[in-house]
Design a protein around this ligand. Structure first.
Ligand code: IMP
Ligand code: MG
Length: 184
């Protein structure tokens, strides 16, 4: 998709709304993870990096003992369809661990499914999932997240880590992207 001729539209979630929800989510995650033996919180890069940074610091304030790692899954576009591949693996040995995967947005569900399958194959005892945003209308695989910040319609969003063409990740809020072909 060309990066030209689009505009940043309305703010869907402002900083305050995001921080309030992140605080609640971290509290729910902490309640579930507290007392588990070996907790590893994994960021599914790259869109989750801002959300992840906020979540892990909230978990730390709540006193959760955890280790942190990073996983990157990407797709390359072939002739017919795009195929997911592992671009950067975690370094921690997660055999027997309780893993919490944190992602920015659950769209088709393919990335999170791929990541969970991979982490289970590496021997995690439990794999849980947390996403900031969920776009259920876009799902192509039957994947749910255990913890969800906000459910949104089928609209492309940027900010708070999410990008369009590597731009707008730095916005402190989440806004809709408007394309010329969108209905006015
Ligand atoms: P999936 O389709 O569920 O595998 O999502 C793949 C990735 O696409 C997400 O983790 C995001 O990084 C990205 N993505 C999906 N929808 C949006 C969006 O609205 N804005 C920015 N990135 C998105
Ligand atoms: Mg992502």
């Amino acid at each position: 998709m060309a990066a030209a001729a689009y505009t940043i539209g309305e703010v869907l979630f402002n900083e305050h709304v995001i921080q309030t929800r992140v605080h609640e989510l971290a509290s729910d995650l902490g309640s579930m993870l507290m007392g588990k033996k070996d907790v590893v919180v994994v960021a599914l890069l790259r869109g989750s990096f801002v959300f992840f940074a906020d979540i892990i610091r909230e978990l730390a304030r709540d006193g959760l003992d955890m280790r942190i790692d990073f996983l990157t899954v990407g797709s390359y576009v072939g002739n017919v369809s795009s195929t997911l591949q592992l671009k950067h693996d975690i370094e921690i040995d997660i055999r027997g661990s309780t893993v919490m995967v944190v992602d920015d947005i659950l769209d088709t569900g393919r990335s999170l499914s791929f990541a969970c399958d991979h982490l289970r194959a590496k021997g995690a005892a439990e794999v849980h999932t947390c996403v900031l945003l969920d776009k259920p209308s876009r799902r192509t695989v039957p994947r749910q997240a255990d913890f969800i910040g906000f459910t949104i319609d089928d609209v492309f969003v940027v900010g708070y880590g999410l990008d369009f063409d590597h731009r707008h990740r730095e916005l402190p809020h989440i806004a809709a992207v408007r394309f010329p072909e969108d209905k006015q």
